[in-house]
Design a protein around this ligand. Structure first.
Ligand code: FES
Ligand SMILES: [Fe+2]
Length: 379
């Protein structure tokens, strides 16, 4: 059996265990380059990936660029206000059309000046002396896109399952917060030397909160108050409850109950988005896997209305930058150790603290089998 087959078989074995005897996956799951390639062709390629917030591009012509695996993308708001995700690849000879972010009336290629509209249609191509040239057939490719709660998702695989097929429970959990109305106040990108699944698991478990974040999070969301919340096909969540008597962090939506105001809801939309929803603050991380041991992290912070003044927003950005630094430091050191022959499968904590990791394993195992039902036969 090769390494990929062995890891796939281990994933099935681990997830077949009884719920009260959960186990971690061995280090290879997070470090093996061939297994990463397998994931690229299966669970990652067929997944819905969050690229950012619609609020990053509020006006027609506003755009940002992003790279998802091999695909350079332009996320742009059209004259019809619709958000589209277009291939950032010129239909002439393949030059990228845009960089960074900005506002464009049209996207003019820097190589031979073909010009595309905000909807990806080719508007102009000078000096094209070619009897077979048809401008209409030279549109930029438009990707399958879903907007959910103000987040932009795309899927690279036309045959993929639909986005969050049965997420009523997750929608119910978030509904009163009105995440769609939150406005973006901060966007940042970093490269982290960790496996993509390690960041999903790290963000989604409350076990480490008081240990890794003693100054930044422990006071608000201590490990001891973490409780598993709803999960389903393609998502999981937990509640990071606040201790009694903690000062309010902004009221948030008028629809919220007192109970909802007293916790942060951390949820993952598998495979690559992890998010913390609080009354007035919404922090989301999109993970862009680069190789088995490296990811690009894009994180956004959004706030509810005018709940927080500018100074408080600056403090929150600084706080979350520090929280991310604390997590990154742990994950980058762990990634090195996960290469060890002794990074073997071990016990996970119970449902409230690490049940979300088991949910993630179960989803990965299910997707793995759906993509190829014979793990032992894989080469
Ligand atoms: S590659 Fe874009 S115009 Fe030639
Ligand atoms: Fe953390």
């Amino acid at each position: 059996m090769n390494d990929v087959s062995e890891i796939r078989a281990t994933l099935q074995t681990v997830t077949a265990r009884p719920k009260d005897r959960p186990m971690t996956m061995p280090g290879k799951f997070y470090t093996d380059p061939d297994y990463f390639e397998w994931e690229m062709q299966t669970v990652l390629k067929s997944g819905w990936h969050c690229l950012g917030r619609t609020g990053e591009i509020p006006e027609p012509g506003d755009y940002f660029t992003v790279q998802l695996f091999n695909e350079p993308l332009i996320v742009v708001r059209g004259d019809d206000h619709k958000v589209r995700v277009l291939a950032n690849v010129c239909r002439h000879r393949g030059m990228p059309l845009a960089e960074g972010k900005g506002n464009a009336k049209r996207f003019v290629c820097s190589y031979h000046a073909w010009a595309y509209g905000r909807d990806g249609g080719l508007l102009r191509a000078a000096r094209m002396d070619n009897a077979g040239f048809d401008a209409k057939s030279c549109r930029l490719h438009e990707f399958n896109t879903v907007i959910w709660n103000g987040f932009v998702y795309i899927n690279l695989d036309k045959g993929a399952p639909s986005f969050l097929e049965s997420a009523e429970e997750l929608n119910g959990l978030l509904e009163n917060y009105r995440p769609d109305t939150f406005r973006v106040v901060h966007v940042a990108e970093e490269i982290w030397n960790t496996n993509w699944k390690c960041l999903v698991e790290n963000f989604m478990e409350g076990y480490h909160l008081s240990v890794v974040h003693p100054q930044t999070l422990h006071g608000y969301t201590p490990t001891g108050l973490a409780r598993k919340s709803v999960s389903g096909p393609g998502f999981t969540s937990y509640a990071a409850n606040y201790p009694e008597g903690i000062p309010s962090r902004g009221l948030g939506s008028p629809d919220l109950t007192e109970e909802e105001r007293k916790r942060s809801t951390l949820f993952a939309v598998f495979p690559t988005q992890v998010t913390s929803q609080a009354a007035s603050l919404l922090v989301s991380i999109s993970i862009f896997p680069l190789n088995a041991g490296q990811i690009r992290v894009k994180w956004t912070m959004s706030v509810h209305g005018d709940d927080l003044d500018d100074e408080t927003i600056e403090q929150r950005i600084a706080l979350w930058s520090e929280v991310n630094r604390e997590d990154r430091e742990k994950l980058e050191r762990m990634q090195v150790a996960l290469n060890s022959a002794h990074a073997v499968s071990g016990p996970l904590a119970g449902d409230d603290l690490e049940g979300t990791i088991r949910d993630f394993q179960l989803w990965l195992a299910e997707r793995d089998l759906a993509m190829d039902p014979q793990p032992h036969a894989a080469e």
